[in-house]
Design a protein around this ligand. Sequence first.
Ligand code: CA
Length: 477
Amino acid sequence: MKRLTIKKLNKPALKLAVALFLACSALSSFMSSASEKPNFIVILTDDQGYADVGFNGSDDIITPHIDKIAKEGTRFTNGYVTYAVCGPSRAGLLTGRYQGRFGFGRNPIIDPTDETSGLPLNEQMISEVLKPVGYTSSIIGKWHMGTHEKFRPNKRGFDHFYGFLSGGHQYFPEDLTIDSIENAKKNWSWYRTKIMENNKRVEIDEYLTDELSNEAVKFIEREKDNPFFLYLAYNAPHTPLQASQEYLDRNTHIKDKKRQTYAAMVTAVDDGVGRILAKLDELSLDDNTMVIFLSDNGGARNNGSNNGELRGFKGGYFEGGVHVPFAVRWPGKVPAGQIYKKPVSSLDILGTFAGITKAPIAKERPLDGVNLMPFITGKDKSAPHDVLFWRAFDQGTLATRRGNSKAIKSDRDGNHLFNLDNDLSEKNNLLKSDGELYQQQIKEVQAWESELIEPIFRPLQGHHVGNKNKNKKTKAK
Ligand code: CA
């Protein structure tokens, strides 16, 4: 066959070819700037401390695969979640909105007959936002967004669910002795319910973290040809502290038993992350997949975690409660090896996905998060957020960070003002020396609070995360 060369084309044909070429390239560049459909994977750990990943300096817990996300992508040194416990933090992440706007201001009750205790149906989760632009979504792991039939994942835009509905779980198959959440009548017995795949009960035979990783890999295989959103919500390293021997054996350098078990649980997660990244590589999906890693709140006081120089733990609004390990990788799009220091939030995850895909966001439910892409690529040099806010209704706590200045007003933990620039450990309370700035910031967080509503469901029975004021109106007002 003869090759068609420009020489052989006559002039009008040449003009037409050039015009077509220009039109096509203009269209393709318009298309790529207008919207893209990469895959999205959010890997969320549970109660993992800020300092418990290699990329934040851990020298006893070894996380080469999680570190790969940070190394080949951007790591956030000021990454925050919107609440210091599991349920509300996830409600913020999944909706891109402060959970107090829709009354998810405490952990939900685990009761499948309760029609209030879940994420309100008029809010939209990432899965629901991405569905109209062609995404298939899966939640693998911990749900915690309501146990009533109407609140379950398959009703919330998730095409696939593999995991459990409650806020925590036993890790060994032999301990999963209760058939369904309907039969888990006693508090915390829901930790023993069998794993579900969509609405069916399944039997597992491996350590739970490994099972979740297996399912994640299978989902990626299955959906390799379609745009997908995978929300991989490991319950590790949340209590109960349970690790299989294989992972304990890889952490014998840690002598403290509690810390060793916790580390082993993180090792299992890290292995899972490694398998997921390897699968993306094998299927040549690397460049077309954004992978985000973060923890749902800071390390807990009771699980052997380490928040490094950050003060406090899960449940509180010092940095240790809400400042989490956070990194994003998207080869060729998100700068590799970058350390991004301006505050970012888990609220920005949906903002970023919507920004990239141009998925529409309903006007009546504006996002509190933003698209991080212009910021992390350096196109926008300003800060994604001038200010971040927190409210923990039951403990009467309001907190806010504006620039480097953090103010906390709390019935439980007292009133504080810190300059995080030189006092990340929040040791030096500037309340007395700079009362005016404190008042200014509290006024600002109170104005934000006036947009919120009270929790719409009752508190979890017997669940006292430092909560002396439950059922009372917040005193922080
Ligand atoms: Ca948690």
